[in-house]
Design a protein around this ligand. Structure first.
Ligand code: SF4
Length: 357
């Protein structure tokens, strides 16, 4: 079977080329075409000699994902429904914000963690994405940006990447790390590590190995202040309860005020939105340099949760401010096209399964 060029960080691609008798610097040239120029056809890599171009075309693949369709929300958010070579469907979400474009990417097809509020979790788990399939979400998104004058005109075409789509990134750590190396290599995508955020539901033993890849941001899906509630919302809490998770973060020397943890708290009516919860949160996070994102639940048919009323949301966030937390209340982007947490792909995957049955 042919190898996939985008499965390799530049350092590993140089080694692999050397083993095959190809000069190491050729790997740098190939990476330039793939990631800086968006050229995937080896025959179009004009600074390579013809025998090498032909060899690359026969021995390697250079594209891992195709775009099934792109759906645009009324707020400008775009969902890319993507398909792997073996027919798996996944999604990436492109979110234009003031003077920047953020891309939310997936790391697994489905997810084994089965968080009770999440449409992806309701799908079950199919497989990990390869490094090339992670990286290609960025390549496909850049093509969408280039084709949309309103997006391409932004100051930076693609300014931020968040690993918050389908799947738990830390359960696919080797491929996530390799994709981060490609995203941050100056000879590949050349993104600043601080523009990249990786989210986890709390796979505690993998947090340190993730942080060691470079000064990327860590986001943690918190969603509850009590184990009995979080055990239901985020079942991995049964294995790594709140105290274990938060003590790990508190004692982690790679976390600092310059590199805080971004806690995500999805606010659900009657579940985790009480004033008592809001008062407990600052206590719980004490000693962890952190920022807290509060996101009102985006309701969907796979979960029995809804967003609190506006006045409850306001009282909750006011109490967090009083407790001294750095808090942002996030709008739900793309709610009209099911952008949140794998919902679009959940619908696509279901319709694919229905066709197959
Ligand atoms: S919230 Fe994240 S970790 Fe939990 S089931 Fe959904 S995709 Fe998986």
């Amino acid at each position: 079977m042919s190898s996939q060029l985008k499965d390799f960080s530049l350092a590993r691609l140089r080694d692999d080329f050397a083993l095959r008798g190809i000069a190491r610097y050729r790997a740098d040239q190939v990476a330039g075409w793939l990631y800086q120029h968006g050229v995937e056809d080896p025959m179009a890599m004009t600074n390579l000699d013809l025998p090498l171009r032909e060899r690359l075309a026969s021995e390697w693949q250079s594209r891992a994902l195709d775009v099934d369709r792109v759906q645009e929300s009324s707020d400008g958010t775009r969902k890319l429904v993507l398909r792997t070579h073996d027919g798996a469907v996944l999604e990436a979400v492109l979110i234009p914000e003031e003077r920047r474009n953020t891309l939310c990417i997936s790391t697994q097809v489905g997810c084994p963690l089965a968080c009770s509020f999440c449409a992806t979790g309701a799908l079950g788990f199919t497989r990990n994405l390869t490094t090339a399939e992670i990286v290609d979400q960025v390549c496909r998104a850049r093509e969408v940006i280039d084709a949309a004058p309103a997006l391409a005109g932004e100051e930076e075409r693609l300014s931020n990447i968040v690993f918050m789509g389908m799947g738990e990134p830390l359960l696919n750590l080797p491929n996530v790390l390799e994709s981060i190396r490609i995203l941050t290599d100056p000879k590949a995508f050349g993104m600043a590590p601080r523009r990249i955020t990786v989210s986890t539901a709390g796979v505690v033993p993998k947090i340190r190995p993730l942080l060691e890849v470079g000064p990327i941001n860590l986001a943690v899906s918190l969603h509850a202040v009590r184990d009995e509630v979080r055990d239901v919302l985020v079942p991995i809490n049964q294995k790594f309860p709140l105290q274990v998770l938060l003590d790990t973060l508190r004692n982690e020397e790679l976390i600092s005020r310059r590199r805080p943890v971004f806690f995500e708290y999805t606010l659900m009516k009657g579940v985790n939105d009480s004033l008592e919860d809001a008062r407990l949160l600052p206590e719980l996070l004490r000693g962890i340099p952190s920022k807290l994102n509060v996101i009102p639940m985006n309701p969907h048919p796979d979960a029995p949760y809804e967003a609190p009323d506006r006045d409850v949301i306001d009282r909750f966030t006011a109490a967090l401010h009083e407790g001294g937390l750095r808090v942002t209340l996030r709008r739900n982007r793309g709610a009209d096209i099911d952008a949140a947490c794998g919902q679009l792909a959940a619908r696509e995957v279901r319709s694919e399964r229905a066709k197959g049955s």
